[in-house]
Write a protein that binds this ligand. Structure first.
Ligand code: NAP
Length: 299
């Protein structure tokens, strides 16, 4: 596979210094006995294509914010999941096909959802909070898996509508809800965090799974993405992760709801990336331990 040379992988993004990916992949390479390096490289949008082509020839890599959409447009061969989501987070070189890529956030979410709800997957009704890149991967995964319906609730309803029409496609069972937070002017990244709320006459208490794919929870001062009173017995999947559990996950568990944070999905997207690059069975337990350690989690 490597012909005796040391393979080189990189995470390309801006910023990247906080990422857990190097720790996860290095632990995996060591466990597999693969001679490979993985480093985080801060690149601008202008530098992305050259970096992907250079790294792709040496082994491959991952792409993170803010470059996932641009990376999708630079590929010579895109997977169906890249085409559906419009985003690429994993790339490598493949002979005649050239620079190819996948969106392994989709596989990461699918496994995290299965781990959380077990035999109930695919569930009937999903409430998806958010409309950014992560939310697009979650929506694509839900529709691919055959979830009954997906309701989208986002701070900016227009972003929810545009994601639903892009990813959902005709005939998909997707609805965009307009909660009280949807009123008023669109807010930018620096605006005061806004907790989401279901429409008053809306369908509370009827979801099987609620997913937080917003940035709410990244800061300790953030409000909960959505108050849990209205969600009945739904399972809670928070894509955000924290050294121990996020506040939303903590509150969900206090209500005896099944809940998980985003560390499992992060590890599963890394495992799926490893399978793309090397065609091997990823050492998931070791990768999860490395992620938990790097996140500062008490084990
Ligand atoms: P993104 O494309 O920037 O999308 C951000 C989302 O958060 C949008 O829906 C945005 O709403 C919402 N948002 C941002 N600021 C907000 C605020 N102050 N109040 C309410 N909503 C706000 O980011 P992304 O890549 O989708 O990532 C979203 C989250 O998922 C991040 O926390 C990221 O760390 C996490 N994530 C986790 C994994 C994993 O493997 N666990 C993978 C990918 C992402 P508007 O449309 O109104 O701006």
């Amino acid at each position: 596979m490597s012909g005796g040379r040391v393979l080189e992988f990189a995470l390309l993004g801006h910023p990247v210094s906080h990422s857990l990916s190097p720790a996860i992949h290095r632990a995996a390479f060591e466990a597999l006995g693969v001679e490979a390096r993985y480093r985080a490289v801060d690149v601008t949008a202008e530098e992305l294509e050259a970096a992907m082509r250079r790294m792709g020839r040496c082994g491959g890599g991952n792409v993170t914010l803010p470059h996932k959409r641009r990376a999708a447009a630079l590929l010579d061969g895109a997977s169906t999941r890249v085409r559906v989501t419009g985003a690429c987070n994993c790339f490598w070189f493949e002979g005649e096909r050239g620079l190819v890529g996948d969106n392994t956030d989709v596989a990461g979410f699918l496994q995290a959802a299965r781990d959380l709800v077990g035999k109930d997957w695919p569930v009937g009704r999903v409430l998806l909070l958010g409309a950014g890149g992560a939310a697009a991967a979650v929506m694509a995964a839900c529709l691919e898996a055959g979830v009954g319906s997906v309701d989208v609730l986002n701070r900016t309803a227009e972003h929810g509508r545009s994601m639903a029409s892009r990813v959902g496609g005709p005939g998909a069972t997707v609805r965009v809800l307009e909660g009280p937070q949807s009123a008023g002017e669109p807010r930018g990244p620096g605006a005061t965090p806004v907790a989401l709320a279901l429409p008053e006459a809306g369908p509370a208490d009827c979801y099987d799974l609620v997913v937080n794919a917003t940035r709410l929870g990244l800061e300790a001062s953030d409000p909960l993405p959505l108050a849990l009173e209205g969600v009945g017995g739904a399972a809670i999947l928070d894509l955000v992760y924290a050294p121990n559990e996020t506040r939303w996950v903590h509150e969900a568990r206090a209500r005896d709801l099944r809940a998980a944070d985003g560390l499992g999905m992060l590890v599963e997207q890394a495992a799926a990336s490893l399978a793309c690059w090397l065609g091997v069975e990823p050492p998931r337990r070791i990768m999860l331990e490395a992620a938990a350690h790097a996140a500062g989690r008490a084990t």
